[in-house]
Design a protein around this ligand. Sequence first.
Ligand SMILES: C[S@@+](CC[C@H](N)C(=O)[O-])C[C@H]1O[C@@H](n2cnc3c(N)ncnc32)[C@H](O)[C@@H]1O
Length: 605
Amino acid sequence: MSHALKEPDCDVKDLFDTLWDAHFGSLLANASISSNDPQSVVFTREIGHFLRSFPYREMLNLRDDVKNNAKAVLLRNQGNRMFHPLVKRYIEALKYYNESITFSEKGSEERALAYGNRSTICLELRRYEDCLENIRLARESNYPERLAEKLNNRENYAKQALEKDKTKKKKINKNPARRTHEQAERQLKLSYSAHENMPQVANCLQLQRNEQFGRHVVTNHRLNVGDVVMIDKPFVTVLDDLLRYIRCAYCYHETIFTLIPCEGCTLAMYCSEDCLSKAHQQYHRYECAVIRDMWRICGDIPVIALRTIALAIDAFDHDLEALKEHIECLDETGVNTFTMDWKTATQKNIYDTVHILTTNQHLRRRKDLAYRIFLATIVHQLVMERTELGAICEVNAETKKLLFDLMLRYLQISQCNKQWLCFMDYKLEESLYDYDGYATGCFPLISMLNHSCASNIKRITMRDGRCAVVVVRPIAEGDQLFNNYDLHHLKHDLEERQTAMRNLYNFRCQCEACVNDYPPITELPETGIPTNKIISGYIIHKELESHDTRKAMKFMTVLGACLKKKAQKYPEFEVCHSQVQFERCFQILYSYTSKLPKFWEYCNP
Ligand SMILES: C[S@@+](CC[C@H](N)C(=O)[O-])C[C@H]1O[C@@H](n2cnc3c(N)ncnc32)[C@H](O)[C@@H]1O
């Protein structure tokens, strides 16, 4: 996404690396570590001490996020350029208008004009109800009297068009319930009976633990390609920053035409007052003043970490003392995601299952741990300075320490456990729909799955944001289910995968693809045997590009059968290729597909 006013890059990792070479490396090497003063405590003390007199705020360009009408005007003008009849890039224009709305002050003419311009685009794209909503918002924000006639004319036009539209729709759509019904039919369900205590997990799955894998999930009977064995709901998620002016920051619906802004920051937009108020109540009140800086300096990891803290505070009715007591008394070894009764679980119980996810702190190298502490110190300080948590902690040093400890812990948990939530987005460069992330987050149950570069399951994000675990390679009785941490041998080479697993997840990958050095898909030799006697894999690939759900349904069966029959031949080209297409069928059928490309009928992409 292009932004009119791009901010300078100021990466906290770059700053840390410079400081490590110049300062921390030798300082922390010489620091004395003891059983009373373990490494993390000593590093926290030394880094905290150093940062007290170091101008990191200036170096990272940290600053309050404030509304700015002048910037709102510049952004609106950028939108107008996209709206020009010779350009007609209306979706781009909408993004600029939305950004303009977030920067404008409440009740300002700048905001009213951006809403007014958004109503014009809605008219062009035949979104008459949205047009009227924008007109209402523009008036509510003191739309200037001198332009009122324009708005009135637009309103009359939209009302008449809406009436005509309704009559037309009544004639054409005799059975409006049919489409909704078809979609409802297309819901993923578990392929086996569920555990008594876990309605979202097939009862053949068990949680085990060993030296090599830590906690991991195995099956007590053979699983077939296409089986759905887990449907998990995330505890915490954050909207991808690139979609902040396209989707609601709370429910994530693609509501580009009618987003309304948070009045505290220039980043969060919502589809309704209801979502705005729920987000604010549950977590945004603790992140609003810092979220823009966090995204700028470090991406999603600190945002997920702070939101986890906020949701924990919310689970304890915003009583920090109660949260502190709970954590102090919590027997972490007693929390087991697989034995907990999910039917009666409260938010507090679910929070516990996230709190005990792996941090890998003991496996981190000195520099890595020092970096996490450096980041936690900066984010914690910002939260203390800018949010209501600062005032609470001022009178209670122990709560302040608790928040630092949680920040450090969740920064590490987010790193090792975060997963993408995905949708089908249209890629102009490739002229086809492809799977892309709209949010990241942590799942209590899916986090129990380990990685393989030749994984045997695929996570499919459902339209409601839950994730289904679908078997894509047969799994024998007693074998482990392996997820893929976005580094598959079909796309990434051995060196790249090994480095990423070591640096991001702190383990040496010894999966079959790494041990046997499986090649990427582009280098796999074709054997010439078609996936199916009648339809070759290549034709299926081409057909699925149409994104037609009926075709996806048909090919899913064909490909599933092929994958079952030829599993032993993995990683031959036909099998790998069929697996990719099989996964694509699920994505087409069960994940959300962006609605924005359908407007290209009226404008340029
Ligand atoms: C999402 S967690 C998976 C569950 C984890 N084993 C646990 O005990 O909580 C990710 C972490 O599990 C470990 N892990 C994942 N895949 C692994 C593998 N193939 N071999 C060894 N450890 C692995 C790494 O420590 C990684 O950071």
